[in-house]
Write a protein that binds this ligand. Structure first.
Ligand code: ZN
Ligand code: ZN
Length: 343
């Protein structure tokens, strides 16, 4: 089978390797689609310290189970599936005890320290694999991981309630998933982006997002004050731009909350005390996703009122992986292995 191997920073190639056999408790998945994430770009360029070399990147996927290992009981050959990004966590630390696997300091993640999804077949622990509801296409199913990042942030971290107002900064795949989940939670959502985001603004409208604001042509603060009482309840920073962090602090009302999801290359940021302290803002991080976030994401899929696939901007076959890695940031890029005859 073919596997896209990262050998060293900026050195990646397709190699011919044996199809992996599932170990005890594991299943083998024939990958249909694998999504390219900011973390993969980071790892490709050598900027992600947890990367093991050589490794197959990719932690966003859909596919079909083709083999099951010893002791596997919940999955069978032919199941249409997607998978969490944690292969195994230590199961001993305080975070694992509450199934906060995203915070375990001793976790094995796919696409970082274990081979991930940019290969024709991959193995995964049965317990971390989710069956896709029948109404979900394999292409949409490949959006499950970013969607679960959205449910984690919106439901589990921010606890957005019906009638709340939400501003999302950044119209990339994560920003779109956060906006989409917030809409389903009953919030009024403003997606803030730039001129380059026009296509994603259209996607957001298709997902039911009520307002999009191009900050290069419209004053965001003015707009938010025209539709809210002194600002939004929640601001999600999904762009990783310092100017957006400041703006998020500006547009939430007093006692509002700012949820940080965007990643910065610089570890230390100057934050306005005028806002944080004197507005009594709650500033929180939301990292990745955990099993409970996946249950929420699968629930949204089953109900059928979400369209995460609208965030997909490019689909290329494995041979053309470089195009996806070289393309402008923005929408979600997928590598297609097999569509199994689905639309
Ligand atoms: Zn991701
Ligand atoms: Zn742990």
């Amino acid at each position: 089978m073919k596997a896209l191997k990262l050998i060293a920073p900026n050195q990646m190639e397709i190699q011919e390797v044996p199809i992996p056999e599932p170990g005890p408790g594991d299943v083998t998945i024939k990958v249909a689609y694998a999504g390219l994430c900011g973390t993969d770009m980071h790892a490709y360029q050598g900027g992600y310290s947890k990367t093991r070399y050589p490794v197959v990147l990719g932690h966003e996927l859909s596919g079909i189970v083709t083999a099951v290992g010893e002791g596997v009981t919940k999955l069978k050959v032919g199941d249409r599936v997607t998978s969490e990004s944690t292969y195994k966590a230590c199961e001993e630390c305080r975070y694992c005890k509450s199934k906060d696997y995203n915070l375990c300091g001793n976790r094995t993640g796919i696409g970082t320290n274990r081979d991930g999804a940019f290969e024709e077949y991959m193995t995964m622990a049965e317990d971390r694999v989710w069956k896709l509801p029948d109404n979900v296409t394999l292409m949409a199913g490949a959006m499950s991981e970013p969607l679960a990042c959205g449910t984690h942030a919106v439901i589990e971290v921010a606890n957005v309630q019906p009638g709340d107002t939400v501003c999302v900064f950044g119209a990339g795949a994560i920003g779109l998933m956060v906006a989409q989940v917030a809409v389903t939670a009953g919030a009024t959502v403003i997606l803030a982006g730039l001129t380059v985001d026009e296509d994603r603004f259209k996607a957001a409208k298709g997902m039911g997002v009520q307002h999009t604001v191009n900050q290069q042509t419209q004053d965001l603060t003015e707009f938010i004050h025209s539709i809210t009482d002194d600002g939004v309840d929640h601001a999600f920073e999904c762009s990783g731009a310092l100017v957006a962090v400041h703006k998020a602090f500006e547009v939430v009302h007093k006692k509002g909350q700012v949820i940080q999801m965007g990643v910065f290359s610089d570890d230390y940021l100057p934050i306005s005390m005028e806002y944080l302290l004197h507005k009594e803002i709650r500033y929180m991080g939301s990292r990745s996703q955990k099993p409970s976030s996946w249950a929420l994401a699968m629930d949204l899929f089953t109900k059928g009122d979400i369209k995460p696939e609208l965030a997909i901007s490019m689909v290329v076959p494995l041979e053309r992986w470089q195009e996806a890695f070289d393309s402008e940031p923005g929408g979600k890029k997928l590598v297609k292995f097999d569509d199994f005859g689905e639309e």
